[in-house]
Design a protein around this ligand. Structure first.
Ligand code: MG
Length: 430
């Protein structure tokens, strides 16, 4: 049984009566609807969702909105101003919404093709941008900031080289393509092919691997025990090494959402396979929770949901799979407002909690793909992983066409990554 896709609708400045009227339009058309209240005009513009807006009475503000936004939005998405004309044309509007929704249902999966590429290429670019600056301090980078994609630096690798973050992401995708499902032993075998035989690398060499990952893969290689039982469990094994390979799992989960999947088991299933996949290397609960928060957030971004609303969404999720102590570690994200933190409080160590905080801070405050990635790198510390994970989200949100074209050109084996992304999409879609 296919689940109905809920139409997400943004409302701005409408009163209760108008809201009910809009709700009824969708009800009459038999379309499930999720009405989202926009806090400001920015929210209306930055989503590709159906929107209803009422212009304010204030003449100046009204003029400003008409000039800047309304002309820009026409033709780009379904967008209505609630005025006298709206009431006169309500039958025509219903017809448009019906057509739009049917079209959306038809194209929904197809549209995600570019999104897979956007996310994965965005991720690899972030990685390559961060590699030369890894371990540099914020102070050093303040004096000599990174302003473009450069070669050499920390590891002495050529321009456009990406590291373990992208390699392990590609290995995970390749496994899902081959097995058409999540098979943790096969994923671990592919990690070994990367580590031992330099498969899935930019330059046929492995130059960056985390301690916990190394120990866990060695354990798997020697014992050949189930991969999901080989991950390290200690308090000190909570680096960002499993978080950095979760992007394919967000896509996997997103596509599953539209398949035969009973709602009540949806969150539990995602939790279970995230736990298994993380536990190939990182089996501590803090790591698993970090991966879960990231995947649930990324699923929202994949769907084109607004950044702030996606953040609200993960704050309100049920985390009862996890202990109170583990949840507490993520208080700054789940209880506070990470977007408002001062830069001094954003740490860029390899600790998963720090990394996730930095990623949220960068992404939620972003206005532009390139500028945000450079900002990520210039925070110093674990630059490649933080820029890679942020780059994946930015790629999904802004689209590949907004990414600096030169960076994409400089990215080693870009065509290979694009090809694998297409195969990955086809596997999930079919
Ligand atoms: Mg790396």
């Amino acid at each position: 049984m296919k689940k109905n896709i809920k139409e997400r609708v943004v409302l701005y400045n409408v009163n209760e009566e108008e809201k009910n009227l809009i709700k009824n339009i969708f009800l009459e058309l038999n379309i499930d609807v999720n009405l989202i209240k926009a806090e400001d005009e920015e929210d209306v513009i930055s989503s590709n969702l159906v929107s209803f807006i009422k212009l304010p009475n204030n003449e100046e503000k009204r003029k400003e909105l008409e000039d800047i936004y309304i002309s820009a939005l026409r033709g780009w998405k379904l967008f209505y101003i609630i005025d006298d004309n709206f009431y006169k044309n309500i039958e025509e509007i219903k017809k448009q919404i019906k057509e739009y929704h049917d079209d959306y249902m038809r194209k929904n999966k197809k549209d995600s093709l570019n999104n897979v590429k956007d996310g994965i290429i965005g991720f690899a670019i972030g990685d390559a941008l961060g590699v030369p600056a890894e371990f540099k301090t914020r102070e050093e980078l303040k004096k000599f900031p990174i302003t473009d994609m450069i070669g050499y630096g920390t590891y002495g690798v050529p321009l456009g080289t990406w590291s373990d973050d992208t390699s392990m992401t590609l290995a995970t995708m390749d496994s899902i393509i081959e097995k058409r499902k999540i098979d943790t032993d096969d994923i671990a075998n592919k990690f070994l092919q990367w580590f031992r035989n330099s498969k899935y690398t930019a330059t046929e060499q492995v130059f960056d691997i985390g301690r916990t990952t190394l120990q866990s893969l060695a354990k798997y290689e020697i014992n050949m025990d189930e991969a999901k039982k080989c991950g390290q469990t200690g308090e000190m094994d909570n680096g960002n090494g499993s978080l950095m390979r979760m992007l394919p799992i967000a896509y996997y989960s997103y596509f599953k959402k539209f398949s035969d999947y009973p709602e009540k088991d949806y969150y539990e299933s995602i939790y279970n396979y995230i736990k298994d996949i993380s536990s190939i290397t990182h089996a501590n609960e803090i790591s698993i929770l970090g991966c879960y928060i990231f995947v649930m957030f990324a699923i929202e971004i994949i769907q084109g949901k607004l950044k702030d609303l996606s953040y609200e969404y993960i704050k309100n999720l049920d985390y009862s799979f996890f202990s109170r102590e583990a949840i507490k570690k993520y208080d700054k994200i789940l209880k506070g407002n990470i977007k408002e933190e001062l830069v001094e409080n954003i740490r860029t160590t390899g600790y998963i909690v720090d990394t996730l905080e930095a990623v949220f801070w960068l992404f939620l405050n972003s206005k532009d793909y390139d500028e945000t990635l450079l900002k990520a790198v210039n925070l110093g510390g674990d630059t490649d992983t933080i820029a890679a994970i942020t780059g994946g989200l930015l790629g999904m949100h802004y689209g590949i066409e907004k990414i600096n074209e030169n960076w994409k050109k400089k990215l080693i084996k870009c065509e290979y990554i694009e090809k694998l992304s297409d195969q990955f999409y086809n596997t999930l879609y079919n």
